[in-house]
Design a protein around this ligand. Structure first.
Ligand code: B12
Ligand code: SF4
Length: 501
């Protein structure tokens, strides 16, 4: 079969990295293993419109991915495809996986969207493609109308999907259990991506723009349930690949693909310390530790002993992040972070002591935050003094506990999924005494107070990476400290690509 996989365009209001979409890379890999001819269209780096790909490639099935701010663009893409050709369009990704808010059904109401895949996608995608392939071989009439004819019952009993039959009815099939053996998955199909067009990992090495970067995941899921986190797409049960399996992929990325830096994307990589220690030993044994790697997302501060961190460092880890979120002990409890300020302090101390660069993630405007608690967060960030402090504005993603709380007790200030980004300098909701004005003031203050201190300024000026990337860094500084009307540009581009729908 001919399979097209699409990552729709979405420009963030910040200068962030672009990297191949790992979810699509996995789906592409399982399709390749099935023997399909696969094309990936990643709007982050493509210059031609998606319509050109569809017209030239004539796929038998199209898969589109979407997180919350991307979902409307996914709908526009589905509509544009429907206007061109008769092909089943499947939507997957974090946004449509949120059953509690019926977001699968919302997307099924959009013209051109036929099927939703909820949660982890590989097994469901293969199941869909197997059925479609077999059906196409036996049939004369390949129209989507026929495929979604309720009499046909084509989609019945296929776990993990929601779909709309041609009589307009929507159906939600049972959940698909998470993939038990992650080692059974093929490696992400990077050969289908235009790798030379992606950026580095916000820089893990000094060769910022030029570095060949690859991402990998050593585990999936997270056993924690922090109240603000969109964990809906990944199962509660944390599952890990074997260190041996991970190191084989690592070797392939470095030796065959020339990786110069590697970003580990796990949500909670350090749930099992022994597994990572074994991975470190293997990286050293295979002489892969000269290629720097970073933990892109926060690892758990409560499972980060100094010796363990030293082992990671000796295996090539350059930088790691901790999700700190708040500097107020009461707020930390209220978001169910399951750690405390002293543990976080110690983790930063230990990481720095073994020579690791640190990133701290902080949130401004959590439910219950006040001027005082937000100031405590800023003060804590200054005390911890990571190389990078990343403050984000609390954005209540659908499906999270915070979302339910805001709907119950507060007032959402955004109606449009495209506004669900958290670096726009705009408060996303108000609750009690926490007004938008207060949160926006504290957000700006956080960046000012943290970065406009002599230490971070000197640190930046003395780093080679800063001078190598001067224009980019100036852009980031301007965007951080000045308000920006980036949205207009996004909408202009969308209208140009699709026409205003
Ligand atoms: C890496 C990453 C990024 C990178 C993206 C790089 C890239 N090109 O992918 C960057 C830093 C740019 C980024 C930005 C943002 N991100 Co982000 N990101 C992640 C992260 C950590 C890993 C993504 C990943 O690779 N996952 C692993 C793969 C295997 O999973 P997956 O992509 O979800 O795909 C699987 C399933 O979803 C499903 N699936 C997905 N698509 C499709 C399509 C079809 C057809 C099918 C059948 C199945 C399917 O099958 C896949 C395989 O199992 C996730 C957390 C996470 N654990 O997923 C957050 C996450 C996706 N990001 C999130 C958010 C909020 C954002 C931002 C909006 C943040 C912001 N700045 O405001 C932006 C939006 C950017 C944009 N362009 O849209 C949220 C999304 C929540 C939501 N409701 O949408 C997540 C879940 C984090 C969280 N826990 O809250 N992000
Ligand atoms: S914030 Fe981190 S630890 Fe908390 S639920 Fe999300 S991924 Fe897990």
């Amino acid at each position: 079969m001919r399979v097209a996989l699409i990552n729709p365009k979405f420009r963030l209001p910040i200068d962030t990295r672009t990297s191949p979409h790992l979810g699509l890379a996995y789906l592409a890999a399982v399709s390749q293993r099935r023997g399909d001819v696969v094309r990936v269209y990643d709007a982050d780096v493509e210059t031609d419109p998606v319509k050109d790909l569809i017209a030239a490639f004539r796929p038998d099935i199209v898969g589109i991915t979407a997180n919350t701010p991307q979902v409307k663009q996914a709908w526009r893409t589905a509509l544009a495809i429907r206007d061109m050709t008769d092909v089943p369009v499947v939507l997957g990704g974090p946004h449509v996986s949120v059953e509690s808010e019926n977001l699968d059904l919302e997307s099924l109401r959009q013209p051109g969207v036929h099927v939703i895949v909820r949660g982890e996608g590989e097994a469901t995608w293969v199941d869909i493609c197997d059925r479609l392939d077999a059906w196409k071989r036996d049939q004369e009439d390949h129209s989507t109308r026929r495929l979604f004819d309720p009499q046909l019952g084509f989609w019945e009993g296929l776990p993990g999907i929601s779909y709309r039959t041609s009589d307009g009815q929507t159906h939600r099939n049972v959940e698909r259990p998470p993939i038990h053996d992650l080692d059974s998955l093929p490696w992400p199909a990077y050969d289908l991506f235009k790798m030379e067009r992606y950026t580095s990992l916000q820089p893990a090495t000094d060769a910022v723009e030029g570095a060949r970067s690859f991402s990998l995941m050593t585990s999936r899921g997270c056993p924690y349930r922090c109240t603000y986190c969109s964990q809906s797409v990944m199962p509660v049960r944390w599952r890990a690949r074997s260190p041996e399996g991970v190191v084989e992929e690592w070797k392939h990325l470095v030796r065959d693909r020339g990786a110069q830096e590697i970003g580990v994307l796990d949500d909670s990589a350090n749930i099992q310390v022994k597994r990572l220690e074994k991975l470190c030993d293997l990286l050293i044994a295979e002489r892969l530790h000269h290629v720097p790697w970073i933990f892109v997302n926060g690892i758990r501060a409560n499972i980060a002993e100094r010796q363990f961190l030293a082992r990671l460092k000796s295996a090539g880890l350059k930088r790691l992040a901790f999700g700190v979120e708040t500097g107020d002990p009461g707020m930390l409890r209220s978001i169910d972070k399951r750690t405390d300020l002293d543990t976080i302090r110690q983790a930063f101390r230990d990481a720095k002591a073994v020579g690791l660069e640190t990133i701290g993630f902080f949130i401004v405007g959590l439910p219950g935050d006040s001027r005082e608690t937000m100031q405590r967060t800023i003060d804590f960030a200054i005390e911890l003094d990571p190389l990078i402090a990343n403050f984000s504005m609390m954005t209540p993603y659908p499906g999270t506990k915070v979302y339910a709380q805001v709907k119950r007790e507060g007032r959402l200030l955004i109606q449009d999924w495209e506004d669900y980004v958290f670096f726009e300098q705009k408060a996303r909701y108000e609750m009690g005494e926490m007004t938008a004005e207060l949160v926006e003031t504290m957000y700006r203050r956080a960046y000012r107070q943290f970065y406009l201190r002599p230490k971070p300024i000197l640190r930046r000026l003395s780093s080679r990476g800063f001078w190598l990337n001067l224009p980019r860094n100036v852009r980031i500084a301007l965007r951080t400290f000045l308000p920006k009307a980036e949205k207009t540009e996004l909408r202009r581009q969308i209208d140009a690509d699709f026409g205003a729908h």
